[in-house]
Design a protein around this ligand. Structure first.
Ligand code: ZN
Length: 244
């Protein structure tokens, strides 16, 4: 296949490790059970599928890496550096070991701002720079890959990433297209939540029209988000609460 499908996960838990990452209502929606994840990795194991994980929860080390390695896969692990070593997040030693085991350690900003695109340009530069520097200190080599927290991408978010030396920036736009902006690669990803079905995977892998539909829907949602601004997040919390 000439393109890659990058999947975006967050945490994967099991009975031994039931908690990982941000323990918020919104985040739990993206926490998968390890049996479900195992099934997805074994079924969609191939060169054209990339498994990526956001935030830096300790399940990257305790649950996810062992499952990927069992299937001869490597992960891209995006880490919000402020939370390293805190409860339910990866420790420095775990990050170092994941890097040594061949996984890609990447940045997911420093503080994981709610809407990074709403920060000032200098604040965005600092988010990328701080996180890149801290991760480089841990792994002992350059870190040039990042993903946008909350998917809140903007021209400034890309430009600031390029300015501090990020070469590849992953977003949450469901697309296989790779764009070049400010001299760096901008790559879309397909979100996997705990409600994601096998049919969804089959379709995103095999059905180009379905992917185009998803991308259109995503763009419409972005417009709504922009229009509602910070009210959108309150609205989303409310919807999630109502769903239980
Ligand atoms: Zn995130």
């Amino acid at each position: 296949m000439e393109y890659k499908i990058v999947l975006m996960y967050h945490d994967v838990v099991n009975e031994l490790h039931p908690k990982s990452g941000f323990q918020k209502v919104g985040a739990l929606q993206y926490t998968l059970n390890s049996r479900v994840f195992f099934e997805q990795v074994t079924r969609f194991n191939g060169d054209y599928i990339v498994f990526s994980f956001d935030d830096g929860g300790e399940s990257f080390y305790t649950v996810i890496a062992p499952i990927l390695e069992h299937n001869n896969q490597k992960g891209i692990f995006f880490i919000s550096s402020k939370y390293i070593g805190t409860e339910y997040f990866l420790t420095k030693e775990q990050i170092k070991e994941l890097d040594k085991r061949g996984h890609l350690i990447a940045s997911h900003s420093h503080t994981h701002p709610l809407i990074i695109s709403e920060l000032s340009y200098n604040e965005i530069v600092n988010e990328w720079k701080t996180s890149k520097t801290l991760l480089e200190e841990i792994v002992g080599h350059e870190v040039t890959v990042a993903s946008v927290p909350g998917g809140a991408v903007s021209k400034d978010v890309i430009k600031a990433a390029a300015e501090v030396g990020i070469k590849t920036l992953y977003t949450s736009e469901p697309t296989t297209e790779v764009r070049i902006e400010y001299g760096i690669e901008v790559i879309g990803r397909f979100t996997v939540s705990k409600d994601t079905t096998m049919e969804f995977f089959d379709k995103i892998v095999s059905d180009k029209n379905y992917r185009v539909q998803l991308q259109k829907r995503y763009k419409r949602l972005l417009l709504v988000k922009k229009f509602l601004g910070s009210n959108y997040n309150r609205f989303k919390q409310l919807v999630l609460k109502l769903r239980g």
